[in-house]
Design a protein around this ligand. Sequence first.
Ligand SMILES: NC(=O)c1ccc[n+]([C@@H]2O[C@H](COP(=O)([O-])OP(=O)(O)OC[C@H]3O[C@@H](n4cnc5c(N)ncnc54)[C@H](OP(=O)(O)O)[C@@H]3O)[C@@H](O)[C@H]2O)c1
Length: 294
Amino acid sequence: MHVLITGGTGFIGSALIPQLLSRGDSVTVLTRQTRSNQKNLCYVNELDHVDQPVDAVINLAGASLAAKRWSASYKAEMVESRVNFTERLVQWMGRQAQIPKVLISGSAIGFYGCSLEQRFTEDFPGGAGFAATLCQAWESAAHVVESESTRLVLLRLGVVFDRDGGALQEMIRSFRLGVGSWVGRGDQWLSWIHRADVVGIILMALDNKAVSGVLNAVAPNPVTHREFCDTLARQKPVVIKLGVPGAVLRLLLGEMADELLLQGQYVDPQALSAVGYNFKFPSLESALTDVVSR
Ligand SMILES: NC(=O)c1ccc[n+]([C@@H]2O[C@H](COP(=O)([O-])OP(=O)(O)OC[C@H]3O[C@@H](n4cnc5c(N)ncnc54)[C@H](OP(=O)(O)O)[C@@H]3O)[C@@H](O)[C@H]2O)c1
């Protein structure tokens, strides 16, 4: 299969590509970077430079939500790199002589907004806030591609954990100094997933034609931030545990602090259970054992 990946140089794409190559797929990565081609792996800077028919598209591109304060100009960049870009991507797909059979497009559990009490399954409507509105518009842009001949899978990703990147690097920082920490009250939900499971879910969605629509890509056992701290502290013992006050984070990070850190959402991977996806890392203990001990 020839797979086109946008944002394939990122945290998820860099784990996915070796798996695709090892099972005999060929991969084209759309990137803003200059990279050298390898066997069965080609990099292009423009969609119109893709010169072989594409069977499947995996859409992971987007300016990181956690990289910078959400200024008006950075918000515009987050929207442009996801919503406007996805609009251009599906238009390009529609122009191909051989239209790709599946689009697996990124989204995030921020789609639902935040709640302490609600358990979000895929059928919940979108919530409020910048991240929620962004995810809703990102998904709407992808929906345009859906047809008899093209299957659409929307991955509402939780916080992805692995060793060499992602949110865990920030979350583990204080533990290296012997301080276990959580942010705010610590009772907000953290719906997480190991990167190996994100890759497993994408491969399953590529291969299994019965899979379509929204998938909550989260492990079946969300935790609170305080539970996260306690679980990690069993792997990386600390001298003291403490909460970083929300006011400090709001001062440092602005609006992003509330939407990404001080509030959260309990998300249930109901659709993945229905298709029988078998998680490699269903519990936080198992995921952190793998990530911290490797
Ligand atoms: N990792 C998570 O915990 C998580 C959670 C929820 C949702 N997601 C979403 O899932 C997708 C993949 O996640 P990831 O962790 O692999 O992301 P990532 O490491 O940040 O990589 C995303 C890729 O998008 C491209 N990109 C970055 N800024 C861009 C911009 N301004 N304009 C156009 N392209 C840009 C980059 O590719 P080039 O430099 O090659 O162009 C980058 O490698 C992202 O859209 C992310 O928001 C991730």
